[in-house]
Design a protein around this ligand. Structure first.
Ligand SMILES: *Cc1c(COP(=O)(O)O)cnc(C)c1O
Length: 394
């Protein structure tokens, strides 16, 4: 071979005796075949085979297999964001004329996708009260093909009665899915409770370091897996192997990060609840938090994200307190090593009991608890400042 060819064709080196604990990052667009015949037959390799980098490399397959094991599923599909994990499910199972039920507490861009993308294409949606439970049966008509859940809900933290929703859906042959980002499969396993899809924003706790975007969809049914993979192939969507490697690294420490953040978050939530009206603190392991009994029954733990309702008298002071915070940063997304505060404005489509107005979402990271409390104290004091409030909200 001549020099310019040698620049391109790397010599094969021995892998013998090399064993690393790290998962190698296999980058590929092209996958090469050892014969013209195997190339011609590449589609026979099926959704689990390697045919093109977009559809998977050993790095993405390792991440898929880890999530599949944790979620107690049969397969996992990886997508480039948590939002895509939701939209790819919807796009794979809904056809014009069909409809989907989504909870009022869903990650807000889900309703945006339904209103602005699905509806103009003839797929309708209905927003339901996340605390509806078995009452979901009354909302299922012949057009409903999917019931989406998110438990606990974004910011308002309602824990849903998943077994009751699964039972109602199964009775009518309707598919169900759960956004499992908050609990992760360490603390909740939607597939084991009969859900068809369990999605996660790996962006949050699995990545764990606020530096990657990815989503996952775990399934038990191989036919649903094939449908999801078909959608991904047709849309031309696949995860980056480098991001998969980061997610694999993040997942190795997820257990201890969640245990730590969960413990500190609960301590802080209890401390706040002891100083303001307890109903203002939205943390599933507090008895006053909506759906606490379902969390108690179905979950194995709580992660490090919870919320505090900011009553109207404390709203004006909040921006200055947030800006003054030294340890917390202000920002969306959560689940990383850095603690975050995000003031959220809550609106509702159903007449459920959730607070409408400002709710402060708190994501606890890995910093020292005393530093975190120092940032929160002025906010708590501003809530305490109204003596009439305890009586109103108790
Ligand atoms: C952040 C989040 C998502 C979206 O994840 P991205 O990777 O940011 O698209 C979806 N669901 C929940 C519950 C989330 O918190």
């Amino acid at each position: 071979m001549r020099d310019k060819t040698l620049c391109v064709k790397h010599p094969k080196v021995s892998h013998e005796g090399f064993a690393s604990l790290a998962v190698p990052t296999y980058r590929a667009s092209t996958i090469v075949f050892d014969s013209a015949e195997s190339y011609a037959n590449r589609s026979k390799r099926g959704p689990d085979g390697y045919t093109y980098g977009l559809h998977g490399t050993p790095t993405s397959r390792t991440l898929e297999a880890s999530i599949t094991a944790l979620e107690q599923g049969e397969r996992t599909v990886l997508v480039p964001s948590g939002q895509a994990a939701i939209t790819i499910v919807f796009l794979s199972v809904l056809m014009p004329g069909d409809s989907v039920l989504i909870p009022d507490s869903a990650y807000p861009p889900v309703a945006g996708f339904c209103e602005n993308f699905l509806k103009p294409r003839g797929i309708s949606y209905r927003i339901y009260d996340p605390m509806v439970g078995a009452g979901i049966a009354d909302l299922i008509d012949d057009t409903v093909k999917l019931i989406w859940t998110e438990s606990p809900g974004s910011t308002t933290m309602e824990v849903q009665d998943i077994p009751a929703i699964v039972a109602a859906a199964k009775a009518r042959g309707v598919l169900t899915g759960c956004d499992n980002t908050w609990a992760t499969p360490l603390y909740f396993k939607p597939l084991a409770m009969g859900m068809d899809f369990s999605s996660m924003a790996l962006t949050k706790y699995v990545g764990g370091h606020s530096d990657l975007l990815m989503g996952s969809i775990a399934i038990k049914d191989l036919e649903l897996h094939r449908k999801l993979k078909d959608t991904m192939r047709m849309i031309g969507m696949g995860p980056s192997p480098d991001d998969c490697a980061l997610a694999l690294r993040g997942m190795e420490t997820m257990g201890v990060r969640l245990a730590h953040s969960g413990r500190v978050a609960l301590e802080i939530a209890k401390l706040i609840a002891s100083r303001v009206a307890p109903g203002l603190v939205l943390h599933p392991s507090l008895p006053t938090s909506p759906g606490h009994e379902f969390w108690n029954r179905d979950f194995h733990g709580a992660s490090g994200v919870f919320s505090v309702i900011i009553p109207p008298h404390a709203e004006a002071a909040l921006p200055d307190h947030l800006t003054a915070a030294k340890t917390f940063s202000i920002g969306a997304s959560w689940g990383g090593t850095h603690s975050l505060l995000a003031p959220m404005t809550i609106t509702r489509s159903t007449d459920g009991s959730a607070h409408k107005g400002t709710i402060l979402r708190i994501s606890i990271g890995l910093e020292d608890e005393a530093d975190l409390w120092a940032d929160l104290l002025p906010i708590i004091e501003s809530i305490e400042a109204d003596p009439g409030l305890l009586a109103q909200t108790a």
